[in-house]
Design a protein around this ligand. Sequence first.
Ligand SMILES: NC(=O)c1ccc[n+]([C@@H]2O[C@H](COP(=O)([O-])OP(=O)(O)OC[C@H]3O[C@@H](n4cnc5c(N)ncnc54)[C@H](OP(=O)(O)O)[C@@H]3O)[C@@H](O)[C@H]2O)c1
Length: 398
Amino acid sequence: MAMTDTQRTVTVLGSTGSIGRNTLDLIERNRSAYRVEALVAHRNVDLLIAQARSVRPQCAVVADEACYAALKDGLAGTGIAVAAGAAAVVEAAQRPAEWVMSAIVGAAGLEPTMAAVRRGSVVALANKESLVCAGDLMMAEVQKSQATLLPVDSEHSAIFQVFDFDRPQSIEKIILTASGGPFRTWERSAMASVTPQQAVAHPNWSMGAKISVDSATMMNKGLELIEAHHLFGLPEHQIDILVHPQSVIHSMVSYVDGSVLAQLGTPDMRTPIAVALAWPARMEAPSPRLDLAAVAQLTFESPDHHRFPALSLVRGALQSGGAAPTIMNAANEVAVARFLAGGLGFLEITAVVEQTLADLGAPAMSSLEDLFAFDTQARHHAAVLCQKRSQAAASGIS
Ligand SMILES: NC(=O)c1ccc[n+]([C@@H]2O[C@H](COP(=O)([O-])OP(=O)(O)OC[C@H]3O[C@@H](n4cnc5c(N)ncnc54)[C@H](OP(=O)(O)O)[C@@H]3O)[C@@H](O)[C@H]2O)c1
């Protein structure tokens, strides 16, 4: 899609989250360049109202219908249209914004992201789960509608910036870097008693709760591997994962002539968001500047598949194909939510995902209807497994 230098119309799905707030921060710093079409949140009405009063979108939407009255009252007299419910979220994505930030967390972001893709808009994709659970279907829609998918994940933004899209055959592999999360150096046995507070305390990045837990189990890197497979069209065996605790090199592309190109920066999501927001131009972002002399040392390690089995699970799910990634993603969302609520042990998260995959397999999947059916089935299955495991743990204690 051709972009002009005039004001760009933007919609932010998940505006109240970590990515959404950083996106609005950049927009507020460049008010003359952007006009906001729609803001969407789940149920954080107070923040949504404050954001809407500040950036003046055409409409503000909450997914939770119980929040409708509060949103309506809070924006009364502003002229900003309000709506609530899952259908209203999809309608918000269908509104005519040139650029859509997809930053709802989890598979809940799939339908609105698909709606923005079908319009042929520029979609800045933070919501990796939608590409994990519906990769082939989404990439087919991208082709059909001629939409532009821009990665927001710092790793994929890095690859996007150094990937030779005109000569993909010259690329040998891509190397996704991983911080290793808060438990990078922990023994596996010590991880058994990890609390939600410990798991969400990421050493380098400030992020929402779900992705922070995914980083701690390293499932996040696995989800990113599937994301990279779809975004850059490379098979699983051409995507490496390398632990790099300083999070300075955000990822690399290795070429057939032995050259390795990397993108570097401080760990601040406003840089990759700015890359997508201003694309194909560049905009100023307030991220702290990289001072390599102060960093002094960049170190690297191979990932440990024994302590972080999620990495092997993901490679297996991608190789199996069909609905396996959808099932894996759904089970992971259920298990992470259960862990955050205090009802499941940290090591049980990956165990529940593994068991769900083993039980449900990799059935063929050719439509969104299939996908929703497998997603629902996997969520139900994983919830039962979580319940059994927490009951077993409780009876073990008593
Ligand atoms: N944070 C990062 O640095 C980072 C980096 C790379 C990729 N990502 C990806 O970006 C996505 C968002 O991550 P985050 O860290 O920003 O998450 P977050 O802080 O938890 O925010 C999630 C956002 O989604 C909204 N939401 C949740 N469920 C919804 C639903 N059913 N309908 C509509 N809106 C819903 C939330 O609204 P409420 O606030 O009202 O609940 C919130 O605005 C994830 O897919 C994550 O993997 C994040």
